[in-house]
Design a protein around this ligand. Structure first.
Ligand SMILES: Cc1ncc(COP(=O)(O)O)c(C=O)c1O
Length: 461
């Protein structure tokens, strides 16, 4: 454990602004230096199981550096940079061809970006340009879900449904109605079964569309499984219901795959699990397994058509570094590694073991619910067997005070989060085998047992 500030930590405190962090906090600062398989090591050599895949990014873990570095070196020596503005280069072409091959349905066109927020904003601009080209410029609104995170740049922030991420930054750039998320643990009524729950949620989406005026709604954007709020898996029939509703009203359906895409749910796109092909899919993170930063919007034939139909029509959006040859070459090899080393197959094979391990933790009184899909899980923390929610003081004490240090002490990285209810997010690298999963579940058991004692004042933090 890092107990006192080293020069490196002090330098970080002096100069490095940490994102979404309390920069003035006196808590020990974790400084990670290297990785190996599903593990990362801090500057003092302490090993941590990366139970969050570095924010849902490190699909391959950390041992593919040599292979990807050789791809990167070859690309940098051949063509270090070129844009995809009015010209192309082989690395971006090869990657778009590969993406078109592996994506479901007719998602055969790619608009590259630099990351998730840029993908979400680019999707909005593509959606707008589609409607304008089709003579429906009045489609200016969107539907998203409460608590959902779709990024923080000012366009993407409009879709994000976490109130305190938005408060300081003025009115949203895009009018967005946020509908209920799909949390069966908290949101399903006693007299409802899954089908009735699903119907009620879809009725709410329909009501929101009607309230706005169906002819004014441009897109619906949702994650296949919503992260914020704690891995909210939709009820059966939800995504097909969204697809039907969107089609009936001429609205485009966007699946935000920034987390769920590239294997997190055991498929190339998470939404494939729910039997639906969206009109657009926003991706980032896993497209390179974070060996380089990149994002991409997958676009269907229908949405791309107006961009090709009129030779004078200009795609009115562009980002200098999007489709960077270095990132494109790494992404392509990442996808080839997925196939060669059977990464999707590993997620599908290990999912039942991970699910059983995490759900076994429900016997701990502090665990109200363990939910998720694929390698994407959340454990909802509660006060007692009645599943009483933690109050604000308890969340501060346990999620921000106790757990961060205790998790590191146990050699585990996981994410305490209370954008919705109090949760611990778990998302191991997709290469994790049964032994790694057992280690993960064992460490969680230890930490959560202690957290319960601290919560109830039976041990000190
Ligand atoms: C679903 C979703 N959309 C968009 C984003 C924004 O991505 P980025 O942080 O790369 O801008 C995130 C980030 O975690 C995300 O989870």
């Amino acid at each position: 454990m890092l107990l006192s500030d080293s020069p490196l930590q002090q330098s970080a405190r002096d100069h490095l602004l940490l994102h979404f962090s309390r920069n003035g906090s006196a808590n020990p600062l974790l400084v990670l230096e290297r990785g190996e398989g599903p593990y990362v090591f801090d500057v003092e050599g302490n090993r941590y199981l990366d139970g969050l895949s570095s924010l849902f990014c490190a699909q391959l873990g950390y041992s593919y550096g040599e292979e990807l570095a050789s791809v990167a070196a070859a690309q940098l020596q051949q063509l270090a940079f070129s844009t995809v503005w009015g010209a192309a280069h082989p690395a971006a072409i090869a990657l778009s061809e590969k993406l078109a091959e592996i994506m479901p349905g007719d998602l055969d066109h790619v608009f590259f970006t630099g990351g998730g927020s840029e993908s979400v904003e680019a999707a909005w601009k593509l959606v707008r340009q589609y409607h304008v080209a089709n003579g429906e410029p009045q489609r200016t609104k969107a539907i998203a879900r409460d608590r959902a995170y779709h990024g923080v740049t000012l366009g993407a922030l409009s879709f994000t449904g976490v109130p305190n991420y938005k408060e300081q930054f003025g009115p949203p750039a895009i009018p967005v109605t946020h509908v209920s998320n799909t949390n069966p643990f908290r949101g399903m009524r006693d007299d409802e079964d899954e089908a009735a729950f699903c119907r009620r949620l879809l009725d709410e989406v329909e009501a929101a569309v009607q309230a706005e005026g169906p002819e004014t709604v441009a897109m619906i954007i949702m994650e296949p499984v919503q992260n914020a709020g704690g891995c909210l898996v939709p009820p059966d029939g939800y995504w097909p219901g969204l697809r039907e509703l969107a089609d009936r009203h001429g609205i485009l359906l966007v699946s935000d795959e920034v987390i769920c895409g590239f294997g997190r749910l055991g498929e190339w796109l998470g939404v494939e699990r729910f039997g639906v092909v969206p009109d657009l899919a926003t991706t980032a993170k896993g497209i390179t397994s974070a060996y380089a930063p990149m994002g991409a919007v997958m676009v269907s034939d229908k949405v791309a058509a107006p961009l090709y139909d009129d030779p004078k029509r200009m795609l009115m959006h562009g980002i200098t570094f999007a489709g960077h040859p270095l990132c494109a070459a790494i992404a392509l090899r990442n996808l080839e590694v997925f196939e060669r080393d059977e990464i999707l197959e590993n997620v599908r094979a290990q999912e039942p073991h991970l699910a059983a391990g995490l759900q076994s933790l429900e016997q701990l009184p502090i665990v109200g619910d363990a939910r998720g899909a694929g390698f994407f899980w959340a454990i909802e923390l509660v006060k007692d067997d009645e599943n009483t929610r933690l109050d604000a003081d308890e969340r501060e004490r346990i999620l921000r005070g106790y757990l961060p240090g205790r998790l590191l002490e146990a050699g585990l990285i996981a994410r305490p989060d209370d954008r919705g209810d109090a949760c611990l997010h778990i998302a191991p690298p997709l290469i994790s085998d049964a032994a790694v999963i057992d280690e993960l579940v064992g460490k969680l058991g230890e930490v959560l047992t202690d957290a319960h004692d601290v919560l109830h004042g039976r041990a000190s933090a």
